[in-house]
Write a protein that binds this ligand. Structure first.
Ligand SMILES: [Fe+2]
Ligand SMILES: [Fe+2]
Length: 164
C-alpha cells in the first residue's frame, strides 16, 4: 500500500529520532494516566523509540478526534507492542521499511531479518495476544489486531500511524 506524501516528508525526522532517542523521550507519565496497570506494564516493554511513537499517535488521535473512545486511545498507545518481542535494532528497522513483508506464517518465530519481516506483518496479532495474555481489554486487543468488528475505529488509528 502506497504511503501518503506526509509519510515521506516525516521519514528523515523519524530516522533522526531513531538514531538519537534521547532527543524525544516518551511521555510515559501520560501513558500511565491513560492505561490500566496491566496494559501500562506491557507498554513499558517497548523500546523508548516505540513508546515515543505510540504517545505521538495517541496525542494526534486525541487532537483530531476529541470524541475518540478511551479504548481507541489505549490501542494507540499499544498498537506496536507486538514489536516488543524483539530487541530494537535500528538497521533492521530501516531495512524492514524498504522491503515488502513476505507472506510468512505468524509462527514459529523466525530470527534475523526474516524475523523482522515476520514482525512487520504480524505485530498487530502478536500485540493483541500480548494484551489478552496480560488480562488487558478485549476491545483494545481487537483494535490493535484490526479485527473486522472494529474496522472503522482501527482505520482512524491506522491513518494517524502512517502520518506520524
Ligand atoms: Fe505498527
Ligand atoms: Fe506504529
Amino acid at each position: 500500500m502506497a504511503k501518503p506524501l506526509v509519510w515521506y516528508l516525516k521519514a528523515p525526522r523519524r530516522t533522526l529520532r531513531a538514531l538519537l532517542p534521547a532527543l524525544a523521550p516518551p511521555d510515559d507519565a501520560y501513558a500511565e494516566r491513560v492505561l490500566p496497570p496491566n496494559e501500562f506494564r506491557l507498554y513499558l516493554n517497548m523500546d523508548p523509540r516505540d513508546r515515543q511513537h505510540a504517545c505521538e499517535v495517541a496525542r494526534t488521535l486525541r487532537e483530531r478526534h476529541p470524541g475518540a473512545s478511551d479504548e481507541l486511545v489505549r490501542a494507540a498507545l499499544l498498537h506496536d507492542v507486538g514489536k516488543a518481542g524483539r530487541p530494537y535494532r535500528l538497521l533492521e528497522r530501516i531495512l524492514v521499511h524498504l522491503v515488502p513483508a513476505p507472506d510468512t506464517a505468524a509462527e514459529p518465530r523466525r530470527s534475523g531479518l526474516a524475523g523482522a519481516l515476520q514482525m512487520k506483518r504480524h505485530h498487530p496479532a502478536y500485540g493483541a495476544a500480548m494484551i489478552r495474555a496480560a488480562g488487558g481489554s478485549e476491545r483494545v486487543a481487537r483494535l490493535v489486531a484490526h479485527h473486522p468488528d472494529e474496522a472503522e475505529e482501527a482505520a482512524l488509528l491506522d491513518r494517524i500511524d502512517d502520518e506520524t
